[in-house]
Design a binder for this molecule. Structure first.
Ligand code: ATP
Ligand code: MG
Ligand code: MG
Ligand code: MG
Length: 465
């Protein structure tokens, strides 16, 4: 029967079991004794399976000896205990059926040698064939699955918020405009079509920068909800932690304050870190060996220590007293830059930090104004190597304060009447946060650049494949 490489290597099948495995050649080595050793991967686990092909196979000389990296094949035979160390089983092939050849092995981009990450970004459509991107992809999947499991087990509903919207959640001006293709060829007699041509939604429409405002509405009826979907921001700079298209997880909790919000963030992160260490040990060990020495140990440290909480005002003092020359001088009232965030986590505390209570002027209008009237109940969770991975807040549930804050930010409350309704009809304190999914992947895998944390990165100048 056909089995995955993972199943074949797992030890669940006794030696002698007849099986077929299907996948792609990583390497081929020929011995003088008339045997070829083919490492075959199907992506189901980190390790490839070794297929031993004897020269008695009918297509040995014609085909097996021509196999190169990237060729696809089906190998059938018997599982046998492997002589080599590390691998429990190999496949003693009785037949090898080549499914797809590699046209030009010399110029095939993914050779069995280490490639630079920069090079692999240029062939993003082929990089899943490498060990590194196989591992990142499996870990990314497990993280997503663990996030859904966490919320499911804790009574949250997954809510899908719209991708296309006519409101700018943050007023930050980072939105991509959505326009219809030229519909000039639609029949003129179709009145609806003619209107659509100019103005499909009746207003300028954009790709969403956050599902938060929408998900608040569901929170104020279902109590515990979250979004997990794609998010778009026209980031105007090339950084190692910004993408134009990224995925965000946004829980929203009714009757919660900032304290509870931070507790949920901590609980969620610890749950997903534990899950990935248990379910992807091979991939995590590979990151620790080849990408970032501390990939595993820092997750273990994170799981075992409580979050460090620092008030923004104290953080500014710490940064001022650090004696560090920052590119961007720190001052009460300015937002923390990556260099500041990384100093706090990497040099001051040595593990993830939650910074709370930011100046109201630098945070969004919907964050709850504190009694000091200078700060809002906001929190950012900062992680080593990347800085902010979560931004969150208790929301302003008082309509009069919300209206005043909108006006202060130059927003017209009339444009947000649907959002104001949440405060007009049965308002309650509530809180939530946004976790950047690719930043989580960067942190867990120990990557240096967020472009390696998503299958097909969208950044300025790049959206081809
Ligand atoms: P930053 O300060 O790094 O630009 P932000 O404060 O603008 O982030 P938020 O609006 O708080 O981001 O969004 C919530 C989370 O979404 C962030 O904590 C981060 O993890 C993630 N995020 C924000 N912008 C991006 C982006 N362009 N690419 C990838 N992830 C992002
Ligand atoms: Mg930003
Ligand atoms: Mg920020
Ligand atoms: Mg933020």
């Amino acid at each position: 029967s056909v089995v995955s490489v993972k199943h074949a290597l797992s030890g669940a099948l006794p030696a002698g079991t007849p099986v077929s495995v299907r996948g792609w050649v990583r390497t081929r080595r020929d011995s003088k004794a008339g045997l070829s050793f083919i490492n075959l991967s199907d992506g189901s686990c980190f390790d490839p399976i070794q297929v031993v092909a004897p020269d008695t196979l009918v297509n040995y000389a014609d085909e097996v000896l021509r196999l190169s990296a990237g060729c696809s094949l089906i190998a059938s035979g018997e599982l046998v205990a492997s002589q080599g160390k590390g691998q429990g089983f190999e496949l003693q092939a009785k037949s090898i059926e080549v499914v797809g050849w590699v046209e030009d092995p010399e110029t095939y981009p993914i050779q069995p040698k280490p490639h630079s990450l920069e090079f692999l970004r240029e062939v993003a459509h082929l990089r899943p064939r490498t060990n590194l991107f196989g591992a990142i992809t499996r870990v990314r999947h497990t993280l997503a699955s663990a996030i859904h499991r966490y919320f499911d087990q804790n009574g949250y509903c997954w809510v899908n918020t719209p991708i296309i919207t006519t409101s700018d959640a943050e007023g930050a001006g980072q939105m991509f405009r959505v326009s219809t293709l030229d519909l000039m060829n639609l029949p003129r007699t179709d009145k609806g079509a003619i209107d659509m041509r100019k103005d499909f939604f009746g207003k300028d429409a954009f790709l969403t920068v956050s599902g938060q405002l929408n998900v608040e509405g569901y929170c104020l009826a279902l109590s515990k909800v979250y979004t997990f979907g794609p998010t778009f921001r026209a980031e105007n700079s090339n950084t190692a932690r910004h993408l134009a298209e990224f995925w965000m997880i946004e829980p929203e909790i009714a009757f919660a304050d900032l304290d509870e919000n931070a507790r949920v963030a901590e609980d969620l992160l610890k749950f997903v870190f534990k899950t990935v260490l248990v379910e992807r040990p091979d991939d995590m060990a590979f990151f620790a060996e080849r990408v970032e020495k501390t990939a595993v140990s820092r997750l273990e440290g994170f799981i075992n220590a409580p979050f460090e909480r620092i008030d923004y005002t104290d953080a500014v003092e710490i940064l001022k007293k650090s004696g560090k020359k920052f590119e961007f001088p720190v001052e009460w009232g300015v937002d923390l830059q990556t260099e500041h965030e990384r100093y706090l986590v990497e040099e001051h505390v040595g593990r993830p930090v939650v910074v709370t209570n930011y100046p109201e002027k630098i945070k969004a209008f919907y964050m709850r104004l504190n009694d000091d009237r200078r700060t809002v109940a906001a929190m950012d969770v900062l992680a080593p190597g990347i800085g902010e991975i979560i931004g969150g807040a208790q929301r302003e549930e008082r309509l009069d304060v919300l209206d005043a804050r909108m006006q202060q930010f130059g927003l017209d409350p009339a444009h947000y009447n649907w959002y104001r309704d949440f405060r007009r009809y049965g308002t309650v304190p509530h809180a939530g946060f946004g976790l950047g999914f690719e930043r989580l992947v960067v942190y867990v895998c120990g990557l240096a650049n967020i472009r390696d944390a998503i299958p097909y990165p969208r950044v300025p100048g790049h959206a081809e494949f």
